[in-house]
Design a protein around this ligand. Structure first.
Ligand SMILES: [Zn+2]
Length: 428
């Protein structure tokens, strides 16, 4: 399959500048050429017109819980623990594989329509999440979320996590990779962490967890163990495995040094942190300290949606308020966090995150002819500060179009929305 995207503006890599007009060629699953100022030789199996659009690398959501679309708008504006203990956990007892499958598809429709091509997800019934991802055509790092606060929970939880990882890592033509996910240092004891670390090494897969999300959590952890959660994970040897740590809102200078030294990636989730009043993560300090900071939406039950354009904008805005410096985290850095840094966090740093010959063909075409894009002195600034999810026109992964000129290619939106509305009735 040879595809030509003709006459499109391109941001090949965050920070590399903008090509006002290029012909982009995809061969099989990879980009094969980005041509400026000359005719590209055919033949092509498909030609996509790029006029009035900008092509960017696919957005990477490095922390979410897709099927929590089920809990979107449920009992909102509560403190996190009240929301989880009184509203979510009792309802999660009634989850089934079928429900997780349909609400994952719902989330996937939303992701495609807002320009996400790859993501990291931890939840339950992960086989069904994986089946939904395979059908939708996205790329994902998936893991069963281990919650083992008491000793008798350890074995069954580890078993489920391991079985999923062994079965699904490398599936869907390599688009699905597995991870191991002890939910957080406060929900899993040292034994779980040690065993996940050695299993992750054996299977050569990453660890994906929640870390230092709230002030209370970090303070409680310090008073119980004498260490910060980051120091504690380092001592256990966990950070020797490639790790994605979601949040890291409350980290010390020493914590930042530890995260940088081990190459740990931090998934910054601005909407979730704001909505749950967790605080503002020290993103600029972490980036300066050498930490790979990417972006995530967190679950749509707590964050509202799965829109990575919004997370980019918020990350840029929050960094400015946090530091008192409007030059902090400029648009190119926000886009870098949402693209190549996210790809690196998920372990696809060599293959994804930029539009260059030889790289996997994951990309997003965004309409730049709508009113909020006028004038367009700087497309990068408009992308971060003005773009809306509804500007997303076409999305492709591995050279396969999942959205083309606003039409979904792999999923039946009407059917998915209808089923989810029906299934949600039982969860009111
Ligand atoms: Zn989360």
């Amino acid at each position: 399959m040879r595809i030509l995207i003709r006459g499109v503006a391109v941001i090949p890599k965050a920070g590399s500048g903008i090509i006002p007009r290029a012909d982009v060629v995809i061969e099989g699953r990879r980009f094969s050429a980005v041509v400026v100022g000359e005719e590209v030789q055919g033949p092509f199996d498909k030609i996509v017109e790029g006029e009035g659009k900008i092509l960017i690398p696919g957005l990477v959501n490095t922390h979410t819980h897709l099927a929590m679309t089920l809990f979107r708008s449920l009992a909102q504006d509560l403190p996190l623990m009240d929301w989880l203990e009184k509203e979510v956990w009792p309802r999660e007892k009634n989850l089934s594989g079928e429900i997780v499958y349909w609400f994952s598809l719902l989330g996937l429709v939303e992701m495609i329509r807002s320009g996400t091509t790859a993501f990291a997800d931890m939840y339950f019934f992960m086989e069904e999440v994986a089946e939904a991802v395979e059908k939708a055509g996205l790329r994902a790092l998936l893991s069963y979320g281990i919650i083992a606060p008491t000793p008798e929970r350890i074995e069954p939880e580890l078993k489920k996590a391991e079985a999923f990882a062994r079965e699904w890592d490398g599936k869907a033509e390599g688009r699905i990779r597995a991870a191991l996910s002890p939910h957080a240092p406060y929900t899993c004891g040292p034994e779980v962490w040690r065993r996940c670390t050695s299993l992750a090494k054996e299977l050569r897969i990453p660890i994906h967890t929640h870390l230092a999300e709230t002030k209370e959590e970090v303070e409680r952890f310090r008073s119980q163990t004498g260490r910060s959660p980051v120091e504690w994970l380092e001592e256990l040897g966990v950070l020797g495995v490639p790790t994605i740590a979601a949040h890291c809102v409350h980290v010390s200078e020493k914590d930042i040094e530890i995260l940088a030294a081990h190459g740990t990636s931090v998934a910054h989730c601005p909407t979730s942190n704001l909505k749950l009043a967790c605080g503002i993560a020290p993103v600029v300090d972490m980036l300066k300290g050498g930490v790979n900071v990417s972006l995530g939406t967190d679950g749509p039950g707590s964050a509202g949606n799965l829109n990575m354009l919004e997370e980019m904008r918020l990350a840029a805005l929050l960094a400015k308020v946090k530091t008192g410096d409007p030059q902090a985290l400029p648009a190119r850095e926000a886009l870098g966090m949402a693209t190549w840094r996210g790809a690196a966090a998920l372990g696809w740093g060599k293959d994804l995150g930029t539009i260059e010959p030889g790289r996997r063909a994951d990309g997003v075409m965004i309409r730049i002819d709508r009113v909020h894009w006028v004038p367009n002195y700087d497309p990068l600034a408009n992308l971060v500060y003005a773009a809306e999810a509804s500007d997303v026109d076409s999305v492709f992964v591995d050279g396969r179009f999942l959205l083309l000129a606003g039409e979904l290619q792999t999923l039946d939106e009407e059917d998915i929305v209808g089923r989810c509305r029906e299934l949600a009735e039982k969860f009111r």
